[in-house]
Ligand binder design. Structure first.
Ligand SMILES: [Cu+2]
Length: 378
């Protein structure tokens, strides 16, 4: 009994320590929805628009080509521990947690528990009628001071190394993703790739939308985690993540990437990561930001670099080495003046979903749905 309770405490402590406990999202089993309504909303390209290459992440009828995997990049029912990691720092952190922190925590807890049991039996009143008058023992006092210090130093070395790896500046060839938190949705920009920018809103359930509007299907992802527009990123290429916000503090967090970066108005935060496995990865805003904080999920689709380039071009953007890249497609980048003018930038580009800038724009939820008294709270 005690040990079971202890184990639970140890596990809880371990999860809290890692700071990235897997969020459990309710996955109501959803009957495979017929895509009739989705198709009408998501496809139908504008005939008057200039022909752009097709979005390689979507099927011909506008459906997500890569469906969310059952056990990768998302919470799993009944699972214990951290999500499988797909970035080098994530793997490092996962190993650090599972193979160093947890064994040490368990060993200490078991040791203290055994000491307590021993004291309770060996020094109980019946077995020990004359209490000892001992009040000091220099050797024991030195041991119980020095040993914890040594344990902490032993943990600190890999811990500081991991911290340094997480905030190592991204290399020059990194793809920059700018995530802008808004009450209550995310908008994204790819400053290295021209004018690619879009908003991502949570997909509602079938019974929450008007007839003809797009709703979530299992191909999109789990309930409360699927978005209308996925962030597309290349596999095996360093990603420079820059976050900011337009209103209050949000936090861009994807557990499978070991990423949780606050998005703060008027300020740019930066980190980097490299995704090693193609797939669809889900995350959530992780800073309490208001009434619909729980309804601004993050969905990232990691694709091979060639497909990423095709996706960028399908959105009207360009790759840095494109020969026919339009001259204005190389905007001010890192360190350039004006780049920190985030709030105006976001208001111009991020929030207002205009024309081609919006990926899959026909299905982007209108901003008016983002009211504080949204109808989603059930
Ligand atoms: Cu938020």
């Amino acid at each position: 009994m005690r040990i079971l309770g202890l184990k639970a405490i140890v596990l809880a402590a371990g999860l809290a320590l890692a700071g990235m406990g897997t969020a459990t999202a309710q996955e109501a089993p959803q009957p495979a929805a017929t895509p009739a309504a989705t198709t009408s909303a998501a496809s139908a390209p504008d005939a008057s628009a200039t022909p752009t290459p097709a979005d390689p992440t979507l099927t011909a009828d506008g459906q997500e080509k890569v469906t969310a995997f059952a056990h990768l990049g998302r919470p799993t029912d009944g699972a214990l521990g951290l999500q499988d990691q797909v970035t080098p720092t994530g793997l490092e952190a996962h190993n650090f947690h599972n193979h160093l922190l947890l064994p040490i925590i368990i060993a200490i807890c078991v040791f203290v528990l055994l000491l307590l049991i021993w004291v309770m039996f060996r020094y109980r009143q019946a077995a020990n009628p004359t209490p000892s008058k001992t009040s000091h023992n220099t050797l024991i006092e030195v041991i119980w001071t020095v040993v914890p210090v040594l344990i902490l130093v032993f943990i600190a070395i890999p811990s500081i190394k991991l911290l340094a790896h997480q905030y190592k500046p991204a290399p020059d060839n990194a793809v920059t993703l700018k995530a802008i938190g808004n009450q209550w949705f995310w908008s994204y920009e790819y400053p290295d790739n021209g004018d690619v920018s879009f908003t991502a809103n949570m997909l509602k359930e079938k019974d929450q939308v008007q007839p003809g509007q797009r709703f979530r299907t299992d191909a999109d992802g789990p309930r409360l985690l699927a978005t209308d527009n996925r962030v597309v990123l290349p596999v095996g290429v360093p990603i420079r993540l820059v976050t900011t916000a337009t209103d209050v503090i949000h936090s861009w967090a994807v557990p499978a990437f070991w990423i949780k970066l606050d998005a703060i108005p008027g300020r740019l935060n930066e980190t980097q990561f490299t995704i090693e496995k193609p797939g669809v990865y889900f995350g959530q805003c992780s800073e309490l930001c208001g009434a619909r904080h729980g309804f601004m999920p993050i969905a990232v689709e990691a694709v091979p670099p060639a497909e990423f380039a095709a996706w960028v071009r399908s959105k009207g953007g360009s790759m840095p080495n494109d020969p026919n890249a339009p001259s204005d497609a190389a905007p001010a980048q890192r360190g350039a003046p004006g780049n920190d003018d985030t709030s105006t930038n976001a208001q111009e580009k991020g929030i207002v979903p205009t024309g081609d800038a919006v990926v899959n724009g026909a299905s982007a939820a209108p901003i008016t749905e983002q009211s504080a008294t949204g109808s989603l709270e059930d």
